[in-house]
Write a protein that binds this ligand. Structure first.
Ligand code: ATP
Length: 355
């Protein structure tokens, strides 16, 4: 296994589209690294450049100690898994797995051993003599993963490999991929636009926007301290509330009179927005201590929690996550107060985290 270094990657397609403006990534040996971002942000192009399926316009890619800019995909010693399984329909699963090894000219006993090993890891033993159409979508995707495994590559690249599976299977496969990655100590780069997938899988996540990296951090870091307004709005469901604030008498005062604890080092004379997670707010009875008057706009009952949308006289309604035992109806007059830790604060003009 090997780490991957991407330096100043820039990709402009022949039609003039700039898919990747500037991307630097330093992916550790044995790391499960996730690239997350909305459709069109350049994730797939970056991954394909690492794989050698797309030639970057400028920038360098290193796999281990090797500069691979000029190496064709087959010589980069990596395996790629796509959202479409791309299995050979006429071949048995056993032969689908053996195919890349036979193509490399490996001796028979070794092919046999590697196929069995991959089948064991992906629990495909009972399916080896079937053909792809006799398998469910989840089983086919396991075969696709196993086919990447048999090659024992230096790194795995995965482009939304679970997109075509239903929600339950996706969750199962996520667990399997994470387990497998840990067991093999494999370097893995995983592309997704699904933040739940990114948060649950990644050791670290790179959040991409418009061909640039907005933030790289552990799931906890990107959740607790989004580096920009884009990240603040992108990570979390429901997303962070973004509330205009002013600094007065050492306090942070939000729209509608909401009082927030000020983080240290707040800049002066700038328009600021505080990022407040829905679980850092509380809907209370009207006039409860420390609360400001508000009105319930809507109630979303999720079983184990309730999401309240509340109008507190600000530019935007705020979302509040509450335990299912605290119940107010739509239109109820309520109180709203902050109960969480220090909020993150962003400069409205630069859209970047300032405190
Ligand atoms: P998605 O999640 O939708 O797959 P992505 O983040 O993976 O999106 P890319 O596929 O890397 O994004 O595309 C980035 C940008 O480059 C998009 O605007 C896309 O339309 C454009 N693009 C991709 N491939 C080409 C191509 N072959 N020629 C021209 N433009 C392209």
């Amino acid at each position: 296994m090997a780490g991957i270094e991407v330096t100043a990657l820039h990709k402009r397609y022949p039609d003039g589209t700039v898919a990747v403006e500037h991307v630097d990534l330093s992916i550790g040996h044995g790391e499960l690294f996730v690239m997350l971002g909305p459709s069109g942000c350049g994730k797939t192009t970056t991954l394909r450049a690492i794989a050698g399926l797309e030639r970057q316009t400028t920038g360098d890619i290193r796999i281990g100690d090797t500069l691979v800019n000029d190496l064709p995909p087959a010589e980069r010693d990596i395996a790629m898994v796509f959202q479409f399984y791309a299995l050979y329909p006429h071949l048995k699963i056993r032969d689908n797995l053996a195919f890349p090894l036979r193509a490399e000219g490996l001796p028979k006993p070794e092919v046999h051993e590697r196929v069995n090993e991959a089948a064991r890891l992906m629990q495909l033993g009972p399916l080896l003599d079937r053909r792809p159409r006799q398998l469910s979508g989840g089983e086919q995707q396991r075969v696709a993963l196993a086919r990447a495994l048999v090659r024992r590559p230096r790194a795995f690249l995965m482009d939304e490999p679970l997109t075509n599976l239903d929600a339950e299977l996706r969750a199962d496969m996520r667990t399997e991929i994470k387990h497998l990655q840990g067991e093999l100590g494999a370097t893995m780069v995983y592309v997704t636009h699904d933040q739940v997938e990114a948060m649950s899988l990644g050791h670290r996540i790179a959040i991409l926007n418009k061909g640039r990296v907005e933030q790289i951090g552990t799931p906890l870091e990107v959740y607790d301290r989004p580096a920009s307004l884009f990240c603040a709005a992108f990570i979390g469901s429901p997303p962070m509330n973004l509330i205009e604030v002013e600094v007065a008498d050492g306090k942070l005062r939000g729209e509608g009179g909401l009082v927030l604890p000020p983080p240290p080092g707040l800049p002066r004379d700038r328009r600021l927005v505080a990022g407040v997670r829905p679980e850092a707010l509380e809907v209370t009875a009207p006039e409860a201590e420390g609360s400001i008057p508000a009105r319930v706009v809507s109630v979303e009952w999720l079983g184990d929690e309730i999401i309240y949308v509340v109008d507190h006289g600000g530019q935007r309604d705020v979302r509040v996550r509450m335990p299912p035992t605290v119940r107010f109806a739509a239109e109820a007059k309520v109180g709203l107060r902050h109960t969480g830790g220090t909020p993150t604060v962003y400069d409205v003009s630069t859209e970047e985290l300032v405190a």
